[in-house]
Write a protein that binds this ligand. Structure first.
Ligand code: AMP
Length: 399
């Protein structure tokens, strides 16, 4: 059980508090085109302002590769944040992030003021967790708050290094929610516990499959990775996504599921296409038939939807990572829609969407508010599901 100190366990009145946020938002021609991440950061920031802290915000934006790039400046974020918060957010324009400008801006703060630092990745040391930049960041604060889950699987100066030089390091509300659901609910689930895995490749989710088989009652596998499992079952998969090097691994996982008494479900049928295109000809191929050369499975078929949705009935905890098919093309989105709908219809279950494509699928399909938790971090949520310790979480003080 992960039990980290959070912003609710401290009062930062009169203190300088550095908050690592995830302000990595899309900006086109100086305009923020999706401000969800800014809105999501507000509760933590507002709590710290209400305490009477001096709130210094920092984040990375894109990949400036260790040098100032004007198009990746956080300046537009300060403007929009000020509007959202209804108070001034002073932008500390500073090519060194923690240079003279930033130091002066922080020194001039009153209780309840907000300052935003420049893109932390303007500094090359940031992604290397370098000592000097970590110390510089720490010199700006008395307390550190990490509320950026998307980078929690990486050890950088602004989420890990800095904590070595401050006495108090806690998590914000966003991080706390990720820990509660992806960490604790998955490790101590209310049963039946069902996991649904999809997406493109087995190879990218090896450790997730392995770890979840230790915990779940049912594991549903769809998407591109299902074809390696079908091949392991001796079927021909035509031009479908197949990772031959992982066929033995798939066989091992089937065996492990049997040994553990886990129900492992792979598609009963597939929507196969003669081209990777929404205009392709399609046909449904049942599991006991081979997929011919020239055809590839791009979605789970109607029978699979039925069986998968049936397996979800009565579940008390569900974790979903990865779409059931190439949902970006409407012709191959039915499987993903069916699973999203089944999750949305579950009564009294904790439903957790593990970031990346399944999160955008659920949101785009309009089921976002029907889920208990939609993770904000693709890579970080996968590593949580692998059972790994995330450096950004580990660095926060225990309760
Ligand atoms: P991942 O990043 O591994 O979760 O994979 C997400 C991608 O998997 C999406 O872009 C889907 O289009 C793709 N995908 C899902 N099912 C299939 C499939 N049957 N064949 C090829 N790609 C797929």
């Amino acid at each position: 059980m992960l039990n980290k100190k959070s912003v609710d366990d401290i009062n930062v009145k009169g203190k300088r508090v550095l908050v690592r946020c995830d302000f990595n938002v899309p900006i086109i021609d100086g305009k923020i085109t999706d401000e969800n991440r800014l809105v999501a950061a507000l509760p933590t920031i507002k709590k710290l302002i209400a305490d009477g802290g001096k709130v210094v915000l920092c984040s990375h934006l894109g990949k400036p590769k260790g040098e100032p790039k004007p198009e990746l400046s956080l300046a537009p974020v300060a403007v929009r944040l000020a509007e959202l918060l209804g108070q001034e957010v002073k932008f500390a324009a500073d090519a060194n992030v923690v240079g003279e400008n930033a130091k002066a801006a922080v020194a001039a703060m009153n209780d309840g003021d907000v300052v935003l630092l420049e893109n932390t990745r303007y500094r090359a040391e940031e992604t290397k967790n370098g000592e000097e930049f970590s110390k510089e960041l720490a010199s700006l604060c008395d307390v550190f708050v990490n509320d950026a889950f998307g980078t929690a699987h990486r050890a950088h100066c602004s989420n890990v290094g800095v904590t070595q030089y401050v006495d108090t390091a806690v998590v914000g509300y966003l991080m706390q929610k990720e820990i509660d659901f992806l960490g604790n609910a998955v490790n101590n689930p209310e049963r039946p516990f069902v996991a649904i895995l999809g997406g493109s490749k087995v190879s990218s989710k090896i450790s997730v499959i392995n770890n979840l088989l230790e915990k779940v009652d049912t594991l549903i596998i769809g998407g591109g990775m299902a074809y390696t499992f079908m091949a392991a079952d001796g079927k021909k998969v035509g031009n479908s996504l197949l990772e031959e090097d992982y066929i033995d691994y798939a066989k091992d996982m089937v065996k492990k599921a049997e040994e553990k008494g886990v129900k492992l479900l792979i598609p009963q049928d597939n929507v196969c296409a003669d081209d990777f295109s929404n205009d392709a000809n399609i046909k449904i191929v049942a599991k006991d038939q081979d997929i011919e050369d020239g055809w590839e499975g791009l979605d789970i078929g109607p029978k699979s939807c039925e069986v998968f949705c049936e397996a979800l009935k009565g579940a008390k905890t569900v974790v979903w990572n990865g779409p059931m098919g190439c949902f970006e093309m409407p012709k191959f989105a039915e499987g993903t829609i069916a699973v999203a709908k089944a999750l949305a219809d579950l009564d009294g279950a904790t439903t957790i969407i593990g970031g990346g494509d399944s999160a955008s699928a659920v949101n785009n399909l309009g089921f976002g508010d029907k889920m208990t938790h939609i993770s904000t971090g693709g890579g970080a949520s996968l590593e949580f599901l692998e059972g790994k310790e995330l450096p950004g979480v580990a660095a926060a003080n225990d309760k």
